[in-house]
Design a protein around this ligand. Structure first.
Ligand SMILES: [Mg+2]
Length: 360
C-alpha cells in the first residue's frame, strides 16, 4: 500500500499574495526550492501525490474560472518539467461561511482515498496553515507544517522544501543487541549522522579506532560491549566486527542510490589503501604485516579478524592493503581509510541501485 502526500497549494507550492487569491500570472510566484526538492521526493520516494486546496468562491464573479486556471496550469507545467505530476488535484470552491464538509479541514473530498487502499498511517499533509494540521488530524495522519512551527503534537515543522525532503527521506539507522556467553554488545548506527560516537569496548586502543571510524565516515555510532576480557580481547573484537557489519547491512537496506568506492590514505610513514564494494558477496583481502603483538590492549592480529567479521556480516567485498613502519600508524591509517571509503560508498545520490543486475 502506498502512502499519500496531501499537498496544499497556496503558501506551500506557491507564495500567497496579500489578498490570498492567485488570479493572474503576475501573482504567480513559486516557493523557493519547490522544484528541486519536490522533484527529488517524486523521483526517489514512492508516494501517491494529491493536491488539496481551498479556492474560496472559485467560479463566481469575485474569482472567475479563467483567472484561476491560467496561473494554475503554468504551475502544473513547471512542476511536470521537474517530474512532479499529481495523481489527483482536489479543489474546493466553497466559502468558509458555507461550512461544507469538502472544505479543508473537512475530508469529504478525500473520502475515496481513505477506504483501506492506501497507507494512511505513513501519509502526510503538507501545508502552511492550522487548517492543514486539522485536516491531517481528521484524516488520521501526520502533518508537515510548512513555513512555521507545527501546533499539534507529533506534527512536524518544515521551514523549507529541503526540510520536507529530509523529513520524508527514509532513515538509514539500525540498533542491534547481541548476547552470547562471551560478549554482550549493543550497537546503534546512523549512516546519515555527523560522526558522533560513544564507544565503550573495554579496550582503549580499539575504542580509539572505532571513534576514528565514526568521525571519518560521518556515521553516528554507539557501541557498548561487556566482553570476556579476562580470557583475552579476541571475542570482544571479533563480535563487535560482526555486530557493526550487521548494523551497516541493516541500515543500508536495499542500497538505493549508493556509490561503490575506494580510498587511500597516508599516515606519516604508513599508508593504507581500502577498497569496498557493497556487492552482497562477503570477501576480505588483507595485505600487510605488523611487527608488534599488541597496541595498547589490542592484539594486532585482531585487526584482520575484526575486518573479516565486519565484511562477512555486512556482506561487502573489502580489500585492505597497507604498509609502513609504526604499527599504531598502520592501524590508524587502515581505520581512517576504511571510514572514508565507507563514507563515499554509503552516500546516497539519486534513486538508482548501482548494478546492472538491479539488485546488490
Ligand atoms: Mg495554504
Amino acid at each position: 500500500m502506498k502512502p499519500i502526500l496531501f499537498i496544499d497549494r497556496d503558501g506551500t507550492l506557491i507564495k500567497e499574495p496579500v489578498d490570498f487569491q492567485i488570479d493572474s500570472l503576475e501573482k504567480l510566484d513559486f516557493m523557493p526550492g519547490v522544484f528541486t526538492w519536490l522533484g527529488r521526493i517524486c523521483r526517489e520516494f514512492d508516494y501517491y501525490l494529491v493536491m488539496v486546496t481551498n479556492q474560496d468562491g472559485l467560479g463566481t464573479p469575485s474569482f472567475p474560472e479563467k483567472s484561476f486556471w491560467e496561473p494554475h496550469n503554468i504551475l502544473l507545467k513547471a512542476l511536470k518539467a521537474e517530474g512532479v505530476e499529481f495523481d489527483e488535484i482536489l479543489i474546493d470552491r466553497s466559502l468558509p461561511s458555507d461550512n461544507l464538509p469538502t472544505r479543508k479541514p473537512g475530508t469529504a473530498m478525500v473520502k475515496h482515498l481513505l477506504n483501506g487502499n492506501f497507507d494512511i498511517a505513513n501519509s502526510y499533509v503538507i501545508g502552511d496553515r492550522g487548517i492543514d494540521e486539522l485536516f491531517a488530524a481528521n484524516i488520521g495522519c501526520r502533518a508537515i507544517r510548512f513555513g512555521t512551527n507545527a501546533t499539534i503534537r507529533d506534527n512536524l515543522t518544515a521551514l523549507s522544501w529541503e526540510d520536507v525532503y529530509n523529513i520524508l527521506k527514509p532513515k538509514r539507522t539500525a540498533s542491534i543487541s547481541r548476547r552470547t556467553n562471551e560478549t554482550g554488545i549493543t550497537v546503534s548506527i546512523n549512516l546519515d549522522g555527523n560522526g558522533q560516537s560513544i564507544i565503550n569496548t573495554g579496550i582503549g586502543f580499539f575504542d580509539h579506532m572505532l571513534e576514528q571510524l565514526a568521525k571519518h565516515s560521518g556515521m553516528d555510532m554507539e557501541i557498548s560491549c561487556k566482553g570476556d576480557l579476562q580470557v583475552d580481547e579476541h571475542h570482544t573484537i571479533e563480535d563487535i566486527g560482526l555486530v557493526v557489519g550487521e548494523a551497516i547491512k541493516q541500515a543500508i537496506g536495499n542500497k538505493t542510490g549508493i556509490t561503490r568506492y575506494g580510498f587511500a590514505l597516508p599516515m606519516d610513514e604508513s599508508k593504507a589503501l581500502v577498497m569496498i564494494d557493497f556487492s552482497g558477496r562477503p570477501y576480505l583481502v588483507f595485505k600487510g604485516n605488523f611487527t608488534r603483538e599488541l597496541i595498547g590492549q589490542m592484539p594486532t592480529e585482531m585487526v584482520k579478524h575484526f575486518f573479516h567479521s565486519l565484511a562477512y556480516s555486512a556482506a561487502i567485498t573489502l580489500h585492505i592493503d597497507f604498509d609502513g613502519e609504526n604499527d599504531h600508524h598502520k592501524v590508524e591509517a587502515i581505520f581512517k581509510s576504511f571510514a572514508h571509503c565507507l563514507s563515499s560508498a554509503i552516500k546516497q545520490e539519486g534513486a538508482n541501485i548501482p548494478s546492472t543486475k538491479g539488485i546488490l
